[in-house]
Design a protein around this ligand. Sequence first.
Ligand code: DOR
Ligand code: ZN
Length: 346
Amino acid sequence: MQTLTIRRPDDMHLHLRDGAMLQGVLPETARHFARAIIMPNLVPPVVTGADAAAYRDRILAALPAGAVFEPLMTLYLTEDTKADDVAAAHASGLVKAVKLYPAGATTNSHGGVRDLSRVMHVLEKMADIGLPLCTHGEVTTPEVDIFDREAVFIDTVLDPLRRRLPELRVVMEHITTSQGADYAATGGANLAATITTHHLVINRNHMLVGGIRPHYYCLPVAKRESHRLALRKAATSGKPCYFLGTDSAPHVDALKEHACGCAGCFTATNTMAILAQVFEDDGALGQLEGFAATHGAAFYGLPPNAGTLQLDRRETAQAFPEKIITGAGPVTVFDPGFPVYWHVAG
Ligand code: DOR
Ligand code: ZN
């Protein structure tokens, strides 16, 4: 049996939700990950430092006994966000990033930003203090095709912003295109990109050919195969500007299997096993630690995790649970659609 021991990973983009759903999904992440950047798109969103402190306490209270896990909190940027509140939440060590949701781009984004000029004073403060901006990088213009929204965002929003504020540290969240991968690599030390597990595995055919598969629907939506291959190349490249952010985004099955299904793939349960298989298949197992454990910490200025995670490659493919049962309802676990021979030990 082959074994692989890596530094304990961090998930640099995670949705934990709240209440019964939080209680149900948190153990899935805390089992394998030391830390995660926690998305603030609750209802209502996590806008102020006080909101983030209260949400952090709820997460810590929901941890299973004995689990060691550190939530890295973020704030949801609105046109009413106060620069001083952001700076104080950062100075206290509570908040590690601010999230830009263009209004209407995705789940619970209606309170996000319509006009970037209205938050420029906040972004200037963040550039001054070195607090990263995490971007949901899609335009919401109705005329722009959903498959083009990431590339158009880069050209019309992100690049102009970075030219105006080169000191602003930016994480392009969950990139899905070759344009995203290329842009992230040319940005120097102030720019990075997260890549999800599912975007390394599926293209849009997986979601749409032979019937619509709601559990493969997420935002940004999976693109054509050439983009998936570009993401695989980026993730396995060893370049420090790319790191794991699963965007594991639980919705109960009733809301996924619906006439207007919610966006999100729930991957927390099997992400590390799938990633080991993906990296092995690409002859890049040696790059898994960088992608899942060290590049993200380095970008965020966090110490590398002391603990480790052991993965074993077995002769038989492992069976993942089809669903996890939460107090909010059942949540379907992402099905990679190929055999996964790696198991997380323990
Ligand atoms: O697929 C997604 N689900 N993309 C997002 O941007 C948000 C997330 C969610 O919160 O469900
Ligand atoms: Zn997300």
